[in-house]
Design a protein around this ligand. Structure first.
Ligand code: ADP
Ligand code: MG
Length: 228
């Protein structure tokens, strides 16, 4: 198994008695396109935070492509994340006053990149690939449509050539038309580049795009009862 969680336990430090994640065993295979669904508040974003090393589990083991996250220093985890994992957020998290090119460039800052000339070529290739018109690349992203901003968010998540792409409800602010376009684009990119995709959402109407669908509540064993 390429992504594996064993006996993982997590609570937020502010509420140490409220267990958010309790996963005895869960795994994913490389190149799978996985859809994890569950209602709001069940721990989907927290799970993604643990997988990307942004959050640290109090207990248990998370192994991603043979690397045990708990054994890494903070610096090593930051490097590992930058080099291995692309992240598309619910609200895109683009820097509003930077243009498309600068937003993507920024994402390559922490990764082991090649020369700046080849980085420039790679960014241009990605923007071409995702159909961002030349004229739209030179203005602050806040002036672009939501659909365009989202394509830029995909480009940014791909710039470091991640093996794993994590998406946290990235379609929730889109209308149906833009949602369908976004999903088709995302699926064609991950197939084309052979990227493992882990996508979480409460929206079951997206499930048909994926070859592996699971409810987080089937493998995250937390009680409804909240003890404080
Ligand atoms: P989902 O993404 O499925 O909506 P989350 O992972 O965001 O769920 O949240 C799971 C639970 O953790 C919720 O009860 C939420 O209130 C709580 N939670 C989320 N973030 C924090 C935080 N930073 N500090 C404390 N509790 C949090
Ligand atoms: Mg969430």
């Amino acid at each position: 198994m390429d992504i594996k969680l064993t006996n993982v336990n997590f609570s937020y430090p502010e509420k140490p008695n409220k267990v958010i994640i309790n996963i005895p065993s869960w795994s994913l295979n490389r190149s799978e396109h996985t859809f994890i669904y569950g209602p709001s508040g069940v721990g989907k974003s927290t799970l993604l935070g643990l997988l990307s090393g942004l959050l640290r589990a109090q207990q248990g083991d998370i192994t991603i492509f043979g690397h045990q996250l708990a054994k890494m220093s903070n610096r090593q985890r930051d490097k590992f994340r930058a080099n291995t994992i692309g992240y598309v957020f619910q609200t895109f998290n683009l820097i509003p006053y930077l243009d498309a090119f600068e937003n993507i460039q920024l994402a390559s800052y922490f990764a082991d990149t090649t020369s700046s000339a080849s980085l420039e070529q790679e960014i241009t290739a990605l923007l071409n690939n995702l159909n961002i018109p030349e004229a739209d690349r030179k203005q602050p992203v806040s002036r672009l449509s939501i659909g365009q901003q989202q394509r830029i968010a995909i480009a940014r998540a791909l710039i470091n050539k991640p093996k794993l792409l994590i998406a946290d409800e990235p379609t929730s602010s889109l209308d149906k038309d833009n949602r369908d376009k976004f999903m088709k684009l995302l699926m064609s990119v991950v197939k084309d580049k052979d990227i493992t995709l882990l996508f979480v959402s409460h929206d079951m109407s997206l499930a048909h795009y994926f070859n592996h669908v699971e409810s987080i509540q089937d493998f995250n064993q937390v009680e409804d009862k909240i003890s404080c």
